[in-house]
Design a protein around this ligand. Structure first.
Ligand SMILES: Cc1cc2nc3c(=O)[nH]c(=O)nc-3n(C[C@H](O)[C@H](O)[C@H](O)COP(=O)(O)O)c2cc1C
Length: 129
């Protein structure tokens, strides 16, 4: 199973609703799960699933003009899903930052410590931004 984590910047003002809708549909089909943090300016996304499917999805995501300056933070093979079985948990700008932070802590409880630190740090920095 491939686990991929990247960060990127939104281009302009993005409506996250349609991104999530398409992601959930495709990811459900492709057995991809993960976590998307989207606060209107930055994205932090983790994708987990069969290697070929995650690579395919990532190629589509990379070509998406709604974001730019993508940096892959981590790409590793994992024996089991670390981000859990949800299709795409997300924080969107309309949600309360504090509530999301405590939810993030639950969602990433089983994630590798280095990657967990990235998510926690990012969520806290972005809350303050
Ligand atoms: C920040 C961000 C995250 C995305 N995440 C996913 C994803 O997890 N899965 C996915 O299929 N598409 C995702 N997309 C959308 C893809 O870039 C692309 O538009 C979509 O996969 C095309 O699907 P379609 O060919 O079924 O229309 C994401 C787009 C953005 C901007």
């Amino acid at each position: 199973m491939l686990q991929l984590v990247y960060i990127s910047s939104a281009v302009g003002t993005i409506d996250v609703g349609p991104v999530l809708a398409v992601s959930r549909r495709n990811n459900g089909r492709d057995s991809i799960t993960g976590l998307l943090y989207a606060d209107g300016k930055r994205f932090l996304q983790a994708l987990e699933g069969p290697e070929d499917k995650v690579e395919e999805a990532f190629r589509r995501i990379q070509e998406d003009k709604r974001h730019r300056a993508m940096v892959v933070l981590s790409r590793r093979i994992v024996a089991d899903r670390e981000f859990g079985m949800w299709e795409m948990a997300a924080r969107t700008p309309d949600q309360d930052g504090e509530a999301f932070l405590s939810r993030i802590d639950q969602l990433i409880a089983r994630v590798d410590p280095n990657i967990r630190a990235t998510f926690e740090g990012f969520a806290r920095v972005r809350r303050a931004a």
